[in-house]
Design a binder for this molecule. Sequence first.
Ligand SMILES: N[C@@H](CCC(=O)N[C@@H](CS)C(=O)NCC(=O)O)C(=O)O
Length: 214
Amino acid sequence: MDLYYMAESPPCRTVLMLIEHLNLRVNCINVDLSKQEQLSQSFLKINHFHVVPTLVDGDFTLWESRAIVKYLIDKFAPNNQLYPENLQERAKVDQWLYQEMGIYCLLSSFISPVFVGKKPDKSGEQRFLDSLDSVNLHMENRKYLALDHLTIADISFVCSLSLAEACSVDLEKYHNINLWMKRIKSELTYYEKVNSEPMINLITFMKDAIARAQ
Ligand SMILES: N[C@@H](CCC(=O)N[C@@H](CS)C(=O)NCC(=O)O)C(=O)O
């Protein structure tokens, strides 16, 4: 299996953490987005939507991080507690994966102007922060996002929020989310291995980009 990825990308780190969690053997191929390698003819042949992460398993190709992690669990660790087979438990995990994908879209759309030399979109930032208010309320007295144990929704959301951390979005007032993030980061023994260096690169990149933005 090949995984096309770039470690700085939050959805790629979701897949990388799942690979660590399940101890899978995957051939990881770096696609440098800063050099626009995703637009190369060879990568466009694999995924004409030119996004990472993209998984290639024989003649089967899959993109979208949340779909990839579900596929890997169903193929290599069916009924793992990260994505249980029980109908209602699975539905709750799916609910949170969709919900947090929406929140990630709010976050990335307010930040994305920075990638073309513009300042972040402040009105978009407020929409993102409003969505965190609701999650913060949901997290009152809860240890995990979807169920009473760790699931792929926790792994995906912690990666999504790492983009906010890299852009110095102030998350301090979301007390329950903060406690949850600290717990998840310490519980995932591979968190540092997957995230620490890419986060340093991402923070540096975002700081420079925001400083240069007009
Ligand atoms: N919803 C997708 C997002 C994938 C995505 O937008 N990847 C970005 C990097 S974070 C990318 O590959 N961008 C390159 C491009 O769009 O050309 C997922 O979760 O996998």
